[in-house]
Design a binder for this molecule. Structure first.
Ligand code: SAM
Length: 370
């Protein structure tokens, strides 16, 4: 029996013949028949995030970092985990390149990954992983609805982004811990890039539990800072203030930047805030910042940046998808942020890049307030 090929559906009048076995109809796949590695990693990525988070949660990485190369049996005994499950977890983590070694010579955390997996390191990423697994992954199925019906129609029936994030004390704490881990260490560099030596009053809009403000205050003795954020954040900022002994230099101003004007200062910071919102909302927030900014002061936008082609780096591309389901925002190129700042009336706008994933875009408020 002859079968018509897919091409024939377009109505060609000289149908080609195809073998009767449908498996042969399209011929052999290109290459050696194995799935290309980027596709393989993407297909199995769902396992990777969960495996990394589970190993982190049960202290597997902490144990390996403290004890060096170790076999499954000793890791299972030390962490109180089921040996057979752990064996499979370690094999998968090794296959993804998260671990090196094997069960004969022992598994190891590669030195370049240790800062991100060591709970005692300032780059530790455990709370962010927990947020991905307990919050983001639960919301990703929303993408299917967005694809079918559009984000605006679906979101109309959902709580506003931060109402969902702050729905209970557990998710509030996990989210704010994740923010601290994503933002505190790089803030050292951002403070240096910003050059806050002459600054007097930093207003950290959506400053959360204070990763940027704390870093700025620790490095700038004459500075004081006000974190302006939703009331839920107050006890978390108070803990940071007390932990770093900042007293009256770090204040909290509860408010809603959609309803309220921003507190006045000479440095208005937006760290990972504008990427939560669409361009019109950003324009509104930046106009408020312009009104609150002392003449000669500055706005400091700190965020991930897309390369000019809008496709890289990978973390920005993936977080851009996260922004779609978790917020109303998106990631932008440096040029797009510069445009937003200029449209809001800031001048001498410029980009200063850090060595990490959060960069600085600065705009100046004219000295005559014009
Ligand atoms: C993604 S977090 C950024 C935290 C921190 N600035 C950083 O760089 O890590 C966004 C912050 O905006 C705050 N936020 C969201 N909606 C707000 C609103 N309507 N008014 C004031 N703050 C708001 C959130 O509470 C949260 O702290």
């Amino acid at each position: 029996m002859e079968q018509r090929t897919l091409d024939d559906r377009s109505g060609g009048d000289t149908p080609r013949t195809a073998p009767s076995d449908p498996g042969d109809a399209t011929g052999p796949p290109p290459g050696d028949g194995a799935m290309p590695e980027p596709l393989e990693r993407a297909v199995f990525g769902i396992h990777a995030t969960h495996a990394v988070q589970l190993a982190d949660r049960h202290g597997v990485f902490a144990f390996l970092i403290a004890h060096g190369a170790s076999r499954t049996g000793s890791i299972a005994a030390a962490t109180g985990t089921d040996e057979e499950t752990l064996r499979r977890l370690l094999i998968a983590l090794q296959a993804f390149g998260v671990l090196t070694g094997d069960d004969r010579d022992g598994y190891r955390v590669p030195p370049e990954s240790a800062p991100y997996l060591d709970p005692d390191s300032p780059r530790y990423t455990g709370a962010f992983l927990q947020h991905l697994v307990t919050s983001t992954s639960g919301r990703l199925p929303q993408l299917a609805d967005y694809v079918a019906r559009g984000k605006a129609r679906v979101d109309a029936d959902l709580p506003a982004p931060f109402d969902a994030m702050y729905a209970d004390e557990g998710s509030t704490a996990t989210f704010l811990r994740a923010m601290w881990q994503l933002s505190f260490e790089v803030s050292d560099e951002l403070v240096a890039l910003a050059g806050l030596g002459a600054a007097r009053h930093l207003v950290d809009v959506g400053g959360a539990n204070g990763p940027f403000s704390v870093s700025a205050l620790l490095r700038t003795p004459a500075l004081r800072a006000t974190v302006f954020d939703l009331p839920h954040v107050a006890p978390h900022l108070a803990r940071s203030r007390d932990a770093y002994g900042l007293g009256e230099r770090l204040r909290f101003a509860p408010g809603d930047f959609f309803r309220d004007e921003l507190p006045e200062g000479d440095q208005l910071a937006f760290g990972y805030v504008l990427s939560d919102w669409d361009d019109d909302t950003c324009a509104t927030l930046l106009r408020k910042a312009r009104r609150a900014c002392a003449p000669g002061g500055r706005v400091l936008v700190m965020d991930r940046l897309f390369d000019d082609d809008g496709h890289r780096p990978l973390a920005t591309a993936v977080m851009n998808l996260s922004m779609h389901v978790e917020t109303r925002g998106r990631h932008r190129t440096a040029g797009e942020y510069l445009g937003l700042l200029r449209d809001a009336g800031f001048t001498d706008c410029e980009v200063r890049r850090s060595s990490r994933e959060k960069h600085l875009v600065i705009g100046h408020s004219a000295p005559d307030g014009g």
